[in-house]
Design a protein around this ligand. Structure first.
Ligand code: GRF
Length: 210
């Protein structure tokens, strides 16, 4: 049984997609052991409470230094004894100590087809504003392992979404969430929970049935 801790910052629609997927069997062999938010007002925490999942806020505002926050975040994750850490809209930089402790055991959902529109400053609506400014016809979402860079870890899954005439950043964000994020993040967790991924020369592949 894969124990999963989910880190959130906002509305928690990706967390909800994960919870629903566990309930309906899209995700198997998995237990969501806890939810941690840096934002005490995150609706994602309400979603965890509704499912009686242990949840807590670890906010940088509650610590005098970033180092103390980093240590508290790592302690909170360790206390959950998670096998996998899922960043579902988590907007805080993951401490290097945590990345080292959970090498290839932290995954993130990013609302673009990496390497497009990613890296420092590309989060939330900014991603979709940039895509519309560029006039791309295909956008999408990416699930990737987290390494020391920003949105630079090995790509696990991606799903495209068509840009249509009249799309606004808000419409595009919603389409990418509905048509891509909420589908590939649960799927990636299920693949990991059932040992279906392999990493060859730093690239992630789904194991082919022998
Ligand atoms: C999503 O668009 C996700 O791609 C990005 O932040 C947003 C989180 O939304 N990282 P939610 O909190 O899961 O609703």
């Amino acid at each position: 049984m894969l124990k999963v801790a989910v880190l959130v910052s906002g509305g928690g629609t990706n967390l909800q997609a994960i919870l629903d997927a566990v309930d309906n069997g899209t995700i198997t062999n998995t237990e969501i052991v806890g939810v941690i938010s840096n934002n005490r007002n995150a609706y994602a925490l309400e979603r965890a409470k509704a499912k009686c999942i242990p949840n807590l806020c670890v906010s940088p505002k509650d610590f005098t230094t970033r180092e103390e926050f980093n240590d508290a975040l790592l302690r909170a994750v360790n206390d959950m004894q998670a096998d996998l850490v899922v960043l579902a809209g988590f907007l805080v930089v993951i401490p290097e100590k945590m990345i080292a402790s959970y090498r290839n055991r932290i995954i993130n959902i990013h609302p673009s087809l990496i390497p497009s529109f990613c890296g420092t400053g590309f989060y939330g609506l900014k991603v979709h504003e940039a895509a519309l400014d560029k006039g791309v016809k295909i956008v999408g979402a990416t699930v990737h392992f987290v390494d020391e860079g920003t949105d630079t870890g090995a790509i696990i899954m991606q799903k495209p979404v068509a840009v249509e005439k009249g799309d606004t950043p808000e419409i595009l964000q919603r389409k990418v969430m509905e048509q891509a994020e909420w589908m590939i993040l649960p799927k990636a967790i299920d693949l990991i929970a059932n040992d279906k991924l392999e990493i060859i020369d730093g690239k992630v592949w789904i194991k082919t049935e022998a």
